[in-house]
Design a protein. Sequence first.
Length: 366
Amino acid sequence: MALLEIRNLSRRFGDYTAVDNISLSIEAGEFFTLLGPSGCGKTTLLRMIAGFDVPDAGQILLDGVDLTGVPPEQRPVRTVFQNYALFPHMTVAQNIAFPLEMAKTPKGEIQTKVDEALEDVRLTGFAARYPHELSGGQRQRVSIARALVTHPKLLLLDEPLSALDAQLREQMQIELINLQKEVGITFIYVTHDQAEALALSHRIAVMNKGTVEQLDEPTRIYSYPQSRFVADFIGTCNLFDGTITQIEGNTMWLDVPSMGMVKTSTVPDARVGAKGTIALRPEKTLVSAEIVRGVADENHFDGHVKELLYMGGVTVYIVETEGGARLETLLANSAIGRPRFFEVGDAVDVAWRIDAGHFIVDGAHG
Ligand SMILES: Nc1ncnc2c1ncn2[C@@H]1O[C@H](COP(=O)(O)OP(=O)(O)OP(=O)(O)O)[C@@H](O)[C@H]1O
Ligand SMILES: [Mg+2]
């Protein structure tokens, strides 16, 4: 049995549906992420799990028990918010001890539990400080310690790192992965940052307009987006509309206006005449100065470099094919003595393996 089961959950505000008939289940010990653009319903969903908001329809079951009517403080669920929400007049230790005191934990146990929680978030020695004497990252660690100290079954984190700068975020991401492994508590993490979701999660639910568009492991979300929305939202992706003209075993031929015939791997719901979109990641393409044709398991197109973006480790090249299609490609600047490989105007060949482009059949979602 799943730890958390959400069944046909909906929440409307007036005639606006913020959460639209969502069903999903989360296993014990998972690092589960809700990912989606601003306003897609992530916080609303989280608030209903915590009990701060009441669904208009559907059920939430924890360990098989329906949570309808259970007040937030009686749910084995804790939430960490973006804005820390620490008590400014209390020390770190007093902040962390607060939920234990509310739960009438014996005095003798409180000290030990607070010390353990401080150790979990690597803040041993900070017990006597006040929130204003801490950095942003340290404050957020205190919030997490305070949420973990009662050993909830579920920890909800709503954009907990979004107030931190890029470098600190990355460090905190690594700490969160380790912390979740150590304490073994199920995390439901909310973010609109796709890179963060990919880095942290065991599974991701990609949300759009109150619904879940795709629920999968990070590598599958990235490599096999099920809808145009997911392909576009997760990382950079070239998207080309086309029509299937031929299917032979594992290979399909697609007619793409502005490019011509493009081959991709066959997808389950493919049939000749069906329209859809090819999703192709820049790093799956190869740009070279040599014009190549007729390699059986690759696509090749002639083009010119239209624009380039030097980014240090890599250079992004926008290549325009003879038919007028624009492709974003990427090359690592790894050759010794070469800051980059091409200049604007250079004639190039863009190639990618048949299985590098993923075809999304129209109407498959979103
Ligand atoms: N109390 C409320 N009353 C009316 N509308 C609300 C209320 N709470 C949320 N909404 C609306 O519901 C939609 C979903 O909001 P929600 O806060 O869940 O989005 P989110 O995915 O968390 O976005 P963000 O990434 O910006 O935090 C939004 O359009 C929002 O305006
Ligand atoms: Mg939100």
